[in-house]
Design a protein around this ligand. Structure first.
Ligand SMILES: Nc1ncnc2c1ncn2[C@@H]1O[C@H](COP(=O)(O)OP(=O)(O)OP(=O)(O)O)[C@@H](O)[C@H]1O
Length: 450
């Protein structure tokens, strides 16, 4: 990756004025964009206060301010006497109270220098905004390193794209990549999916089977939605991560595996730890190297570029006139709770439906494809889907597209015997995009491990 510009980022000073009810005067200057405060040793600011939760709150830089998020602490976080869950820490100076401690936050005089990529893409990951161009050099370094990685970001921010890029640019690029969607596998099957089983170890285990860790030997396991991993599986995963050894269900033999693990989550794992749904020791192990992907609402400068990129991928660049500057400006005013995936769906809808496509409307596939009760199908030629004039034109059209997608994907998967890579080649679709379409239509589980 070619070296980019250098950006000056103001540093922030945290001064502990009270700790566990006693006066204190401890100050530290930090230059991170993400600062964790709590009583656990792994926090950036550790408070020796029993009334402070292990992971109490997070300060996150959003453009020129800091956002304070209480991550489910027991005793809450207060700014100027008001208890907050999520608030802007207004600088140049702000005091926060947590447990029996008080921390003053202020702009430090110093600045930190950070690298800004010149390129507006990192493989398939596009982004012209400062947060994305700051992320690219980090990803480049992470790809070339060996340790396990945790990718944090809201749904649809591009975590899977990042995982794939990390693999393709790393030393294990030509080795297997096995994807396990921890949220899509039933808790009773997850151990066998990860570590394998021997015949007869449970009802339905008709033959010996290697799990994801063994299949990926020499390569990478991508554990998507790691926050969904059942609590009882977590110590087993931790053991496997620490020892690089797995044991198939029903077998006593231990097998060595040589893998890199990339995990992704759309949950704040600190909150999950505080609420007892995620083990602290596993979180600690996974979060040693963490990559955070900003939500689209914090980098709306990327919208124009992403629209172009999706039009190209859809083979619809001739429809660029559907996205004149005023439409792009409108799109920048919307918050995109579904992030880049929602943006992509909207571009697809606008290409098919034209100017009538509404932003913020649910994606065609998220909507029920069944016509409303009592609606009469009208005007259908044999073999053609019925036109339902009881629905508004746009919704009726979306419903048909939805039905078409579902039928096409089911037939495609049947043809490829569940092999997504083959299916993607046959359909002329990007493999990751096909994975997502399958997930959206609830067909992903059958295709999770190819
Ligand atoms: N920066 C980006 N550039 C180009 N495409 C992107 C970018 N970010 C996301 N996408 C596209 O948006 C969609 C969602 O991305 P992806 O599946 O990687 O998100 P995710 O964070 O893994 O979502 P989830 O948490 O729901 O699994 C995909 O179609 C992906 O190709």
């Amino acid at each position: 990756m070619t070296k980019g510009e250098v950006l000056a980022v103001p540093r922030i000073e945290l001064c502990v004025e009270r700790e566990a009810g006693k006066p204190a005067s401890r100050a530290m200057v930090l230059d991170g964009d993400f600062i964790r405060i709590g009583s656990h040793q792994s926090n950036d600011l550790v408070l020796a206060d029993r009334a402070v939760s292990r992971f109490h709150c997070i300060l996150e830089r959003v453009k020129s301010t800091f956002r304070l998020t209480d991550v489910g602490s027991l005793n809450g976080t207060t700014i100027a006497g008001v208890r907050v869950r999520d608030a802007d820490a207004i600088l140049p100076e702000c005091r926060i109270e947590l447990g029996e401690s008080v921390v003053r936050i202020r702009d430090a005089d110093a600045v930190a220098e950070t690298e800004l990529a010149r390129a507006v893409s990192f493989g398939a990951l596009q982004g012209v905004s400062v947060p994305m161009r700051r992320l690219f050099p980090v990803l480049d370094r992470v790809a070339k390193s060996a340790p396990d990685v945790l990718i944090e970001g809201e749904n649809g921010t591009g975590k899977e794209v990042i995982a794939t890029e990390l693999v393709q640019r790393g030393a294990r690029a030509d080795k297997p990549l096995v994807i396990v969607d921890c949220g899509a596998i039933s808790p009773s099957l997850i151990e066998s999916e990860l570590f394998g089983h021997v015949r007869g170890s449970f009802t339905g285990a008709t033959r010996d089977r290697a799990g994801a860790f063994e299949e990926a030997d020499g390569g990478t396991v991508f554990l998507d939605e790691i926050g969904e991993l059942p609590l009882e599986m977590q110590p087993k995963l931790l053991r496997a991560l620490a020892s690089r050894e797995v044991r198939r269900l029903g077998e006593s033999r231990v097998r060595k595996v040589d893998i890199r693990v990339i995990a992704a989550t759309n949950r704040r794992l600190e909150r999950e730890v505080n609420s007892g749904r995620f083990r602290e020791d596993l979180y600690y192990r996974l979060s040693v190297l963490t990559v955070r992907v900003p939500p689209l609402r914090e980098r709306k400068e990327d919208i124009g570029l992403l629209v172009h990129c999706f039009l190209n991928e859809l083979g619809a660049i001739d429809k660029v006139h559907l996205f004149p500057p005023e439409v792009i400006e409108d799109m920048k005013r919307y918050d995109w709770p579904g992030n880049v995936r929602e943006l992509r769906n909207y571009v697809e809808r606008r290409v098919v439906l034209g100017e009538g496509a509404a932003m913020g409307a649910t994606a065609p596939s998220e909507r029920s494809s069944a016509p409303p009760p009592g609606a009469a199908p009208q005007g259908a030629a044999p073999g053609e889907p019925a036109a339902n004039i009881e629905m508004p034109f746009k919704e009726a059209k979306d419903a048909i597209i939805d039905q078409f997608e579902r039928r096409y994907l089911a037939a495609l998967l049947e043809w490829s015997n569940g092999n997504v890579s083959r299916a993607a080649r046959k359909a002329g679709l990007d493999r990751m995009y096909l994975h997502r379409l399958l997930q959206r239509h609830g067909l992903r589980r059958a295709a999770a491990l190819d």
